[in-house]
Write a protein that binds this ligand. Structure first.
Ligand code: SAM
Length: 243
């Protein structure tokens, strides 16, 4: 069973106050890049893995998806998703670490910032590959491996005072316990090699990859985002199910 930290009262309260929780997709600076990686959604059967508050599910429904399903392990996240969504969106509680999916049942599988919590991402990639129709698309984001690698992640300064993000343990895939909103949040580090080879092993062809950084306009509006050019926080991936 996964840690399910989003059902921890204190974590949930902190997470609920983040801009991306209050403003949804518009509060997520990487959203314009993810959106550009998506196919036309009208008429597609869409699955959102780790759907959280359901922001993307609602967006897919507004874009005339044929069906929209959101899966998450957190009762608290799902309760708000359901309360704020049209009943036509189906929400299910499940642990993605042991999820099975019906073969050939989706055209688009989307996941934003959830896969780095999973121990068994390799098995899930197999399920995703089987659940996508040939030509179907997987679009996902994860915390960047430069962020998940260190045992003690954090900014330092180099000799001339420039901000510096030390990276160690990079090739050691596995659990990292971090302090984010509360102590002891468990995330799973994977190198870039691991992510790419998981796609290859599961007949998912890499279409686009982005180590997200702000545009000049985003940086001008929010200068703190310039840190992301020193050390990207997000890895965005689009892959197509081979025929
Ligand atoms: C950072 S939030 C992202 C939520 C949403 N995708 C978004 O971008 O707004 C991560 C979500 O993944 C869910 N999650 C984490 N581990 C999970 C697991 N093993 N199975 C299902 N959902 C999980 C959490 O409950 C949480 O809602």
């Amino acid at each position: 069973m996964t840690q399910n930290i989003y059902d921890n009262e204190e974590f949930f309260a902190g997470y609920s106050k983040l801009p991306r929780s209050e403003r949804g997709l518009l509060g997520a600076p990487e959203w314009p890049s993810l959106r550009a990686m998506l196919p036309e959604i009208a008429g597609l059967r869409v699955l959102d893995l780790g759907c959280g508050f359901g922001w993307f599910c609602r967006r897919a429904q507004e874009q005339s998806a044929l069906s929209v399903t959101g899966i998450d392990v957190s009762e608290k996240m799902l309760a708000r998703a359901k309360a704020e969504s049209d009943p036509a969106i189906q929400y299910h509680r499940a642990d993605m670490d042991s999820l099975t999916l019906v073969r050939g049942s989706y055209d688009l599988i989307y996941s934003s910032l959830a896969f780095h919590y999973l121990k068994n991402l390799g098995a899930l990639m197999g399920e995703i590959s089987g659940a996508l129709v040939p030509g179907g698309r997987l679009v996902f984001s994860v915390e960047h491996p430069m962020v998940t690698a260190p045992r003690y992640p954090g900014w330092q300064k180099d000799a001339d005072g420039t901000r510096l993000w030390p990276v160690n343990h990079y090739l050691e895939d596995g659990a990292r316990e971090t302090n984010w909103l509360v102590h002891g949040v468990v995330k799973q580090h994977r190198s870039m090699t691991t992510y790419v080879n998981m796609l290859i092993a599961n007949r998912l062809q890499l279409l686009h990859i982005e180590e997200w950084g702000p545009t000049d306009a985003q940086a001008a509006a929010m200068p703190s985002l310039l840190d992301e050019r020193q050390r990207p926080n997000f890895l965005l991936v689009s892959a197509g199910r081979a025929q």
